[in-house]
Design a protein around this ligand. Structure first.
Ligand code: ZN
Length: 378
């Protein structure tokens, strides 16, 4: 009974989503154009499976055939709407920042290689077309290239994953000049470009460190023009979160060999990340009347290496499929204007909301990082 009510409550939303999203409308048309003739043929055959001429229906079987027809219609209805109901329309791109590895001071190569390989293995197993944003400074030690770090990026690309530029040394655009910042972007291209070129790919995506895009319109415009002229596409974040605080707390618990605490952190992290999915989905619905192609930001940390499977699980549970960044960016929402600027590094959903004049109450219910995590990460 509860499921029936849930189904009926959700139906208007599903129909609205199908109508409001142009790409979904495409899916909708596909479903009608492909499934409807299939249904008709099936129903036609099923109407009278025992006779060669489907036009002849023996009178004694008419009632039975009518019942069968109803069943076919019901099955078709469930299948047709089930595609929408059970989440084929939800898409997320997972993006990792600060590649190759966020090591929090652990320079041991085995530690970093194991962490990285475990992450890549999971992404491959679940066929997740993730993108990772590189800080090439991490590939050097006293001016010398660290070969195994380059090898990690090579392995990332060899496994079908994409790379983007996250600047050379992770500067804060709110604190450095335009020329310093753009020089750092150019410096951060060299090795990533070479690695991508070996797979016939080009370096075309950029992610701002700290999500700081420019705290004034002039500063933002000048950087956007620079990136555009250099052939970059800016990659926004919609599902923003504080995974880095959990990651630091987790790494400290692991170092202390406190397995009870590390498991508690992992558990609370996954729970927090699920709340974040629901929160940003709700915000997108409030702002645009529909969900959008989401872009998740997480970091290449030990925590995410250990818990990527659980994260994948919660996204699947919430009806998401994993898409590449170019597919995610096909959503027309990414053409929405941003007209307000600040020192913040926040979700693009929040920026669009602020630009639309939303205030205070609009942003309530954003899941908080637990206090004990903040304390552990101090
Ligand atoms: Zn970063």
């Amino acid at each position: 009974m509860m499921r029936k009510i849930w189904f009926l409550q959700r139906l208007p939303l599903v129909v609205r989503q199908m109508k409001s999203q142009s790409y979904l409308y495409g899916d909708f048309q596909w479903q009608v154009s492909v499934l409807l003739p299939t249904y008709r043929n099936f129903a036609k055959t099923y109407t009278n499976p025992d006779t060669e001429d489907n036009k002849i229906i023996p009178p004694c079987r008419f009632t039975q055939q009518k019942t069968n027809n109803m069943r076919v219609r019901l099955l078709f209805f469930i299948f047709f709407f089930g595609i929408q109901l059970f989440g084929q329309n939800k898409q997320v791109c997972i993006s990792f920042d600060d590649l190759p590895v966020v090591n929090y001071g652990i320079s041991d190569s085995c530690y970093q290689i194991d962490l990285f390989n475990k992450l890549v293995k999971s992404l491959k197993t679940f066929e997740i077309p993730a993108i990772g944003f590189v800080n090439e400074k991490k590939l050097y030690n006293n001016g010398n290239i660290i070969q195994y770090q380059v090898g990690l990026l090579q392995s990332w690309v060899n496994n079908g994953l994409d790379l983007g530029n996250h600047t050379f040394s992770h500067p804060d655009y709110n604190k450095v000049s335009f020329s310093e910042y753009t020089s750092d972007i150019i410096k951060g291209e060299t090795i990533t470009k070479e690695i991508l070129a070996k797979s016939g790919k080009t370096l075309k995506y950029f992610r701002h460190p700290f999500l700081h895009v420019g705290n004034t319109k002039i500063k933002e415009d000048s950087l956007s023009n620079f990136l555009d002229n250099r052939g970059y596409i800016i990659v926004p974040v919609t599902i923003d979160n504080e995974d880095y605080l959990f990651a630091l707390a987790y790494k400290r618990a692991i170092q202390e060999k406190d397995s009870i605490l590390s498991k508690q952190i992992g558990h609370d992290y996954v729970e927090y990340m699920e709340k974040k999915i629901r929160y940003y989905e709700m915000q997108a619905n409030k702002l645009f009347g529909r969900n959008i192609n989401q872009i998740l930001l997480i970091h290449a940390s030990l925590l995410n290496s250990d818990y990527i499977d659980s994260l994948v699980n919660i996204y699947q549970k919430n009806g998401y499929v994993f898409v590449s960044i170019d597919v995610a960016l096909e959503d027309s929402v990414y053409k929405s204007n941003i007209t307000v600027y600040g020192n913040w590094g926040i979700s693009w959903i929040d920026k669009w909301a602020l630009s639309a004049g939303k205030k205070g109450n609009f942003f309530i219910d954003d899941p908080e990082t637990p206090n004990y995590i903040k304390k552990l990460a101090e």
